[in-house]
Ligand binder design. Structure first.
Ligand SMILES: *Cc1c(COP(=O)(O)O)cnc(C)c1O
Length: 380
């Protein structure tokens, strides 16, 4: 039997520098949230051009805190794309509010003003819009519409570190944005997340909410020569990041621009290789911005003679670990009790798309092989 080495869909870029930085944090004796987290917050906020960064344990907990900050609860509706990792919808339920699924645009997989407007009601208090797979949604259009409706716009930038809209990082000018550092994203801290915003009071409240509602942080208490008696101002959470994670994150920040540039080159090469295949439509930059290609997904149109699952199986057989396209939350058992409006584009993308391998170790030979499998399958 032919021995094939499997081409993975994603490989996190972690080097000796990250290992040393984590070891330094351990040797320092300060492993919980401390000085490295504070530095990571400052550098990340500086990099994306936001006023404040508040590090948290994941993007999911960051989104949860964003909704707590907005004061959302039972009776409130939050519009979300069903076409997203399920955490986008789950956080709405974490505050007792109701997620309302909106459809997406076929080219980008993102919410639009029209798809949000179609499901908006007088009870809509917020929208969580996702820069899906790194493809920026139209920030200018959505922010303007949300302002006009009097609805808060939370930006789920989990996948989008290094993506741009209108020439700036996504998250610049956002009322509130949440980011992920899970290994499936472009930069990683193992687990981890960040909330960015310009509002200083909001940032202060988020710091309290992630740390049990305490009025002084553990780091501040430790730094004080005098005993500090803390107070717990509200019922809150433990959503802190550790200094070990932040140490890794600080190294990863230095890699971000290079990783995104490399991903964009590999994506451009995929575009060339796949251009001649009928019925296969790869994701591209939208007119208003640039994706970091966190996920390189391709849509199979009617002209493509094979079904998505058949293509995935053949890729697997030939040593390529691809993935189904982005999930649709409303089709999962956890949301079986929700009857959404018709979501034809969401259902089409989730049924007919797949995610191809894209990472810093992907070679031109790998890409040729993957494109070859897709071309072979396109021949009836
Ligand atoms: C990955 C992801 C999340 C969750 O991120 P975690 O850091 O794993 O909690 C949320 N939203 C989207 C769109 C994602 O892709």
């Amino acid at each position: 039997m032919e021995v094939v080495e499997v081409i993975p869909v994603m490989v996190p870029m972690l080097g000796e520098e990250e290992a040393l930085a984590a070891a330094d944090a351990v040797r320092s004796g300060w492993v919980a949230q401390g000085p490295r987290v504070a530095r990571f917050e400052q550098e990340f906020a500086g990099l994306v051009g936001a006023g404040h960064g508040v590090a948290v344990s994941s993007c999911t907990t960051g989104l949860h805190l964003a909704l707590v900050l907005l004061g959302l609860g039972p009776g409130d509706e939050v519009v979300v794309p069903s076409l997203s990792f399920i955490a986008t919808a789950n956080v709405v339920r974490h505050v007792g509010a109701t997620p309302v699924f909106a459809d997406v645009d076929l080219a980008t997989g993102n919410l639009t003003v029209e798809t949000i407007d179609a499901v908006r009601t007088p009870r809509t208090r917020a929208v969580i819009a996702v820069h899906q797979g790194g493809v920026p949604f139209d920030t200018a259009a959505l922010r303007k519409a949300a302002d006009g409706w009097g609805v808060a716009l939370v930006e789920d930038a989990a996948c989008a570190a290094g993506s741009t809209a209108y020439g700036q990082s996504v998250g610049v000018g956002a009322a509130i944005a949440a980011w992920s550092f899970h290994p499936r994203k472009v930069i990683t801290t193992g687990e981890g997340g960040m909330v960015t915003l310009d509002d200083a009071d909001g940032a202060k409240r988020l710091r309290r909410l992630r740390e049990h509602g305490m009025n002084v942080s553990a780091a501040e208490r430790h730094a004080s020569a005098q005993p500090v008696l803390e107070a717990y101002l509200e019922t809150a959470f433990n959503y802190r990041m550790t200094d070990i994670q932040a140490a890794v994150g600080l190294v990863q920040l230095g890699r971000l621009a290079g990783l995104v540039a490399q991903r964009r080159e590999l994506a451009a090469r995929y575009h060339e290789l796949l251009a001649g295949i009928d019925g296969l439509v790869p994701v591209r930059d939208p007119a208003h911005g640039q994706t970091n290609y966190q996920s390189f997904w391709v849509l199979l149109r009617e002209e493509y003679p094979r079904g998505r699952d058949e293509v995935l199986a053949e890729l697997a057989r030939r040593g390529v670990s691809a993935r189904r396209g982005i999930m649709a939350s409303h089709l999962e058992p956890a949301y079986a009790d929700v009857t959404p409006a018709a979501l034809p584009v969401t259902e089409r993308i989730t049924r007919d798309s797949l995610i191809l391998p894209l990472h810093h170790k992907l070679t031109e030979d790998d890409q040729d092989h993957i494109a070859g499998v897709l071309r072979d399958m396109a021949r009836r």
